[in-house]
Design a protein around this ligand. Structure first.
Ligand code: 16G
Length: 241
C-alpha cells in the first residue's frame, strides 16, 4: 500500500512494496511494467522509474533492454571469516567455477609488488590475470602476483583450475592466513566489458595478501568483484564476550 501524504517518499514506499511482491517470485521472473505500477498505485511514471532504478542498483532487479525488468539472481554471500579459494566458494554454493586466463607471464617485480611480497625488487613473479566465472556468469577479475621462487613449475593449466589446490596438494604447503581490504569502486571500460557490466557500475575492489604457514607471503591479489552479485558477510564479536 502507498500512503501519499506520508513523510516517507513515495518512491521509497514503492521500493518496499516491490520487495514484498517479489518474495513470491523466482529469479528471472518479470515484474510489472512502469506503466502498470503507475496505474495501479496512481503515481507518476518518474516516481516508479526512480524506485525501479534504485532496486536495479541494489542488484535486486535487472533490466533487459527491450524486454522489461526481472527479478535478479540472489547475490552470492561470502563470509569473510574463513580463508577460502574462489573454487571452494563457488562449489560450496552449488555453482560450477570456471576460469578464463587473460594473461599469464613471468615478469621482474616492480618496487610495489616486491614490497608487498617481501622480496627484492626485480625478483621474478608470475603475473596472472583471470576472469572467474560461476555457472558461466562472470563474477570477478583477479590479477595475482606470485613469487616464481615459491612455485617454479606453475602453469596456465594449474591456474585454470585452482591455485590453492595446487599449493596445498601439489606443493604440500600450508596456507595459513591472509589480510584483505575491501573498497567500493566503479567499473572501468575494460572491466565492464569482461564482467558484462555497464561502464561505471558499482564494483568491489579487493586486495589480498596471503601467507604460508612459514609466514612467507605467497600471493598478492587485486580483484574486482561485481557489486550486483556479491554480498560479504562479517561475523562480529564484542570484545568483552
Ligand atoms: C580467491 C581469492 C584469491 C585467490 C583465489 C584462489 C578473494 C578476494 N581472492 O579468489 O586471492 O588467489 O581465491 O582461487 O577471495 P583458486 O584456488 O580457485 O585459484
Amino acid at each position: 500500500m502507498i500512503i501519499k501524504d506520508s513523510h516517507i517518499p513515495i518512491y521509497f514506499q514503492l521500493e518496499m512494496e516491490i520487495k514484498e511482491l517479489i518474495k513470491d517470485l523466482q529469479p528471472g521472473d518479470p515484474i510489472s511494467s512502469e506503466r502498470e505500477f503507475s496505474e495501479k498505485y496512481d503515481i507518476s511514471r518518474m516516481t516508479v522509474r526512480q524506485a525501479i532504478n534504485n532496486l536495479v542498483n541494489e542488484g535486486i532487479l535487472v533490466r533487459k533492454r527491450g524486454k522489461g525488468t526481472f527479478v535478479a539472481e540472489p547475490k552470492v554471500e561470502q563470509p569473510l571469516s574463513g580463508l577460502t579459494s574462489f573454487s571452494e566458494d563457488m562449489r560450496s554454493r552449488g555453482l560450477t567455477p570456471k576460469t578464463k586466463i587473460l594473461d599469464f607471464q613471468v615478469i621482474p617485480s616492480n618496487r610495489s609488488v616486491a614490497g608487498k611480497l617481501m622480496i627484492q625488487e626485480g625478483e621474478f613473479v608470475y603475473e596472472v590475470r583471470r576472469l572467474r566465472l560461476a555457472d558461466d556468469i562472470p563474477m570477478a577479475l583477479e590479477t595475482s602476483y606470485l613469487p616464481l621462487s615459491l612455485m617454479k613449475d606453475l602453469t596456465k593449466e594449474i591456474v585454470n583450475a585452482s591455485l590453492y589446490d595446487y599449493i596445498e596438494n601439489d606443493l604440500k604447503q600450508q596456507i595459513s592466513h591472509a589480510t584483505q581490504t575491501l573498497e567500493s569502486s566503479l567499473s572501468q571500460k575494460q572491466e565492464s566489458m569482461l564482467l558484462q557490466l555497464k561502464d561505471g557500475a558499482p564494483v568491489l575492489l579487493i586486495e589480498r595478501y596471503s601467507y604460508l604457514g612459514s609466514g612467507i607471503p605467497f600471493e598478492y591479489v587485486k580483484s574486482i568483484y561485481r557489486g550486483d552479485r556479491y554480498k560479504f558477510v562479517i561475523d562480529m564479536k564484542r570484545a568483552n564476550q
